[in-house]
Design a protein around this ligand. Structure first.
Ligand code: SF4
Ligand code: SF4
Ligand code: SF4
Length: 275
């Protein structure tokens, strides 16, 4: 009983992903979905399990397992555009496959359950950015969040224009858009990290996917909460947070609440086990 209680979170994640894997496998008649979502669910559960076991690099392990799989296997080998442009592309072609399913699970409906767990444990852009030296932001947050909406609109306009102009060979174009899009994301992400002394500057200001992630994660079931009776208001949790979340405030409207990537740095660093 104690074992189940201790490992409840990885078990829930595993069950949810297996349910998605089996449902999609049977409804679509495609074994790929069983493999894909089982692999991702197992990787995330392993990460949470290692975290409970207090393994220091637990999150990084799962980030590399999932991020590399998505980028190298799905992106480069299977030639699926898993970026936002791929989502629009499959949506416009009316095919509920690959990128559309990925977005529905990880970035649109999934965040109602696990918030921005995608950003903390799976994203292949952040997988690289998290290797940079500014794990804790070295400067206050800038008022540049509006850039993400411009990026979001640009992505939609780009794919819409391809369809409206009836451009041929769209599959090939989408593959190369994925390759160049990723190169651009890494370049801008690394540049901003050094410029703002903040590994996650790209996530805070540029990433268009946050237009989906932020409002959905507002309602997230899984969130870090503060046990007020234990908290001594030392402020350590806020100092180590890569996303500037006011984590001692339990309200859903807490400052930068929809920025939480569930990295658990605050939990690990709280001297009173109040989180
Ligand atoms: S905000 Fe964007 S780039 Fe950052 S981790 Fe989330 S999805 Fe990845
Ligand atoms: S680190 Fe812990 S004790 Fe300190 S302010 Fe945060 S929750 Fe409270
Ligand atoms: S440090 Fe805590 S509040 Fe900040 S992003 Fe990580 S889990 Fe969320």
């Amino acid at each position: 009983m104690n074992f189940i209680k201790k490992y409840l979170h990885p078990l829930i994640i595993l069950i949810v992903f297996e349910a998605v894997a089996v449902t999609l496998w049977l409804s679509k008649g495609n074994l790929f979905y069983l493999f894909n979502f089982s692999y991702i669910g197992l990787s995330i559960s392993l990460g949470i399990f290692l975290f409970i076991k207090k393994y220091k690099h637990a999150r990084r392990v799962v980030q590399l397992l999932v991020g590399l799989y998505m980028l190298v296997y799905l992106g480069f080998i299977c030639r699926e555009n898993m970026q936002l442009e791929g989502f629009w592309y499959y949506l416009f072609t009316g095919v509920f496959e690959a990128a559309t399913i990925h977005y529905a699970v990880a970035k649109i409906f999934g965040p109602l359950l696990f918030g921005r767990g995608w950003c903390g444990y799976a994203c292949w852009t952040a997988m690289v950015l998290d290797f940079l030296p500014y794990k804790v932001p070295g400067a206050p947050r800038k008022k540049l969040g509006w850039v993400r909406y411009v990026m979001f609109a640009a992505s939609l306009i780009f794919v819409s224009a391809l369809f409206l102009a009836k451009v041929g060979n769209l599959e090939r174009i989408m593959f190369w858009a994925f390759v160049f899009g990723n190169v651009a994301y890494y370049a801008v992400g690394i540049l901003l990290a050094f410029l703002f002394k903040d590994n996650r500057a790209f996530c805070k200001y540029i990433c268009p996917i946050t237009v989906f992630l932020k409002p959905m994660s507002y309602f997230s079931l899984l969130r870090v909460k503060c046990k007020k009776d234990r908290c001594v208001e030392c402020g350590k949790c806020r100092r180590v947070c890569p996303m500037d979340v006011d984590v001692t405030d339990n309200s859903r409207k807490r400052k930068n609440g929809t920025e939480c990537i569930l990295c658990m740095e605050c939990v690990k660093n709280c001297p009173k086990n109040a989180l």
